[in-house]
Design a protein around this ligand. Structure first.
Ligand SMILES: C[S@@+](CC[C@H](N)C(=O)[O-])C[C@H]1O[C@@H](n2cnc3c(N)ncnc32)[C@H](O)[C@@H]1O
Length: 261
C-alpha cells in the first residue's frame, strides 16, 4: 500500500496492532518506542506514595505467555512501515530482552548498536543488585541507506575541560541520563526522559522527518518530535494516557499542572 495522503502530526487512541494496518508501506523515517514490559506491571495510584494522585492509572500490560507473539506482530508491521533509510530504537528491560532480540533478527532488521541507558535511582534491593539500566536496541533495514548524523550534537573539534573529544564521548554506547520527576504535575508511571529522545532524534533524523511511536504512553516521543520540528504519529491504547498526550501536544505544554486536568 502506498498513500501520500496519509495524515501525520496526530496521535490515535487504540491498539497499534490493528491501527498500523492502515499505515502505508515505507512512510516512517524513524521509530522510537518503549513497548509494554510483560512483567505484570500494574500502574496503581497506591503504588506511588507522595504524588500518588497525579499518576494516571490503567497501564496496558501484556502477559508473559503472549509477549513473543505480541512482539512479532508489532515488529513485522514496524518493518513494513519503515523506509529503507530509516532506523528504529526499541527500549527494553532485561526481563524480556531475549524476545525482543529474537524477533529483531526474525523480522529482518539489522542491529546497529546495543545501547545501555543508565539511569539514577533504581529500586533499592537487599538480596540482589539494583537494576539501574535499560537496554535500547538500535536497528535499521538497510545498513547502506540508514541515516546517521555524527556531528549533530558536537562539532568534531569540541573538547571538554580535560581535552577529551565531546562528540566521541556522546557517541559511546552507554548513556547516563537522569529520569525526570514531575513533582506535583500530572504524569504516567513510565516515561522516557526528553533528553534521551532528543539525542536519538538528533543522530537519526532531520527536520520534517516522520517519527513514529506505536506505544506512546505520555506522548513523550511525539511531544519531543514536535518541539524538534519533526512530524509525529503514534498510538496509545489507554484512553486516559491518550488524552493526556493529546492535551500536551495540542497545548504545546511539556508538563500539565493539576489545574489543567
Ligand atoms: C512503557 S509505556 C510507554 C511510555 C512512553 N515511552 C512514555 O515516555 O511515556 C508502554 C505503553 O504502551 C501502551 N500499550 C500497550 N499495549 C498497546 C497496544 N497494543 N497498542 C497501543 N498502546 C499500547 C501502554 O498502555 C503504555 O502506555
Amino acid at each position: 500500500m502506498k498513500d501520500d495522503s496519509f495524515q501525520f502530526n496526530r496521535i490515535v487512541q487504540g491498539d497499534c496492532l490493528t491501527g498500523m494496518s492502515d499505515m502505508p508501506d515505507a512512510c516512517v523515517d524513524l521509530i522510537v518506542t518503549d513497548p509494554p514490559f510483560a512483567i505484570e506491571f500494574k500502574a496503581k495510584r497506591s503504588n506511588y506514595h507522595r504524588t500518588a494522585s497525579r499518576v494516571l492509572e490503567g497501564y496496558h500490560e501484556i502477559s508473559t505467555a503472549d509477549y513473543g507473539q505480541f512482539t512479532h506482530r508489532w515488529m513485522d508491521a514496524a518493518f513494513r512501515v519503515l523506509k529503507c533509510s530509516g532506523s528504529m530504537y526499541v527500549f527494553s528491560g532485561w526481563n524480556h530482552l531475549k524476545d525482543i532480540l529474537t524477533v529483531i533478527d526474525d523480522t529482518g532488521f539489522i542491529t546497529v548498536n546495543h545501547l545501555i541507558w543508565k539511569y539514577q535511582f533504581g529500586v533499592v534491593t537487599k538480596r540482589r543488585f539494583v537494576t539501574s539500566h535499560y537496554h535500547c536496541i538500535y536497528v535499521c533495514k538497510d545498513e547502506k541507506k540508514r541515516k546517521f548524523f555524527p556531528f549533530s550534537r558536537f562539532d568534531p573539534t569540541a573538547r571538554d575541560t580535560q581535552g577529551g573529544s565531546l562528540h566521541y564521548r556522546d557517541k559511546e554506547d552507554v548513556w547516563s541520563i537522569h529520569r525526570e520527576y514531575w513533582h506535583g504535575d500530572q504524569k504516567t508511571p513510565t516515561k522516557l526522559p526528553s533528553e534521551i529522545i532528543r539525542k536519538i532524534l538528533s543522530y537519526s533524523s532531520e527536520e520534517n522527518d516522520v517519527i513514529f511511536d506505536p506505544f506512546l504512553g505520555s506522548g513523550q516521543v511525539a511531544v519531543v518530535s514536535k518541539k524538534m520540528n519533526r512530524r509525529y504519529f503514534g498510538f496509545e491504547i489507554n484512553p486516559g494516557y491518550y488524552e493526556f498526550a493529546k492535551k500536551r501536544l495540542d497545548q504545546n505544554a511539556y508538563r500539565l499542572k493539576p489545574d489543567d486536568e
